[in-house]
Design a protein around this ligand. Sequence first.
Ligand code: LLP
Length: 427
Amino acid sequence: MVEECFNVRQGVLHVENVSCLELVKKYGTPLYVTSMKALNSNMDSYFRAFEKANFKVRFLYAVKANNNLTLLKLIARKGFGADVFSDGELYMALLSGFEKSYVLFNGNSKSDEEIKMGVEAGVPFSVDSIDELYAISQIARDLNREVKIAFRINPDISPETHPKIATGLKTSKFGIPWKDAVSAYELAVKCPNVRVSGIHCHIGSQITDTTPFVEAIERMFEVAEEVEKLGADLDFIDIGGGLGIDYEGKGVPAVEDFADRIIPAFEKGLEKIKSQPELWIEPGRSIVGNTTILLTRVNAVKKAYRNFVAVDAGFNLLIRPAMYDAYHRVAVANKMDRPPEEVYTVVGPICESGDILAKDRKLPKIEKGDIIAVFDTGAYGFSMSSQYNGRRRCAELLVNGEKVYVTRERERYSDLIANQIVPAELF
Ligand code: LLP
């Protein structure tokens, strides 16, 4: 179980068998630390939950959630495919050994250069517009290749989540409105060097109700019936990612509950069509989210309008609270056995008032030098980090039992000025 991967011994938070205090002593702060056992456990739960399906299922890990190369390689080795959303993510996925036929090139605004890279790599595409369809066809023709495509369909489904991460509403920028899906496929079946191979949707992220996924599947099969009439044989129906995780400890559906809703809905859909498409799912957060903590040191405690705890990680390293008002549990890693005493607001070192990691949390008495652990930071943490305010990105570690691997070094000052060219003639 993932919870056991983060355990307390003599009042100190441990990742598997390693003390967080030892880690910060050796590697400094801030520091992202991932438990390998937690990662494996999350992946296993997907395989286990979908074992009972009587159709083929493939999981395509959403690289955007966390693109640490070591994690990508572990995920690829386990037999996952990948959802990539840019040329850079495609590059990292190919480098990590994901099987090409299960690397889906997503994206609503692909440049011709990106399309060329994907066509040359021989990966399937999720196509977001008719302009993109024509561009793929033309580029594939120039390169004498055939490209497998699905359209990203916007199913107009409104899951309960933060508006900034609901992607399947009719107002969202993603996909072809589902009412226009059939006319898009009509064009695609006539396009040279393009083979209609699937249907794709993604309704949003951090979704904690399984019903919207069932609705999306029903809609995808309505489209599938019509697409088959055009003579296409479907290899896959991809329902995207989006299953939420339990940030607040309030209880959310587990992967098994998700599978128990998805499998019957998919089976019912299959009865309506002739082809035998695989079910593709693109989980990101539910694979990596709870595998990782962010360790950050207290630089100052200050009683002002609030009881502020100023730490050395801010929205440069974890933007989710500032961007989506996201809740992340926090704890004092060196005082895990002390009772909560005071209400604190944990803020970062960035020169912006919005740089708040955790608001009004009751925690043990905090002093300068304490280590705060921010939980569930494996998804959209480091991958959304920046160097704002001239802050170097921190190191990332992977823990496996007693073993500690540095999977990314802390950036150097020279990384802050990398690729800059100061015109010599000006000085
Ligand atoms: N597939 C597609 C096409 C996606 O757009 C996404 C996420 C996923 C899969 C993976 O979704 P997941 O299983 O991780 O929910 N930065 C935001 C989340 C943005 C999600 C964007 N798309 C956050 O920190 O909450």
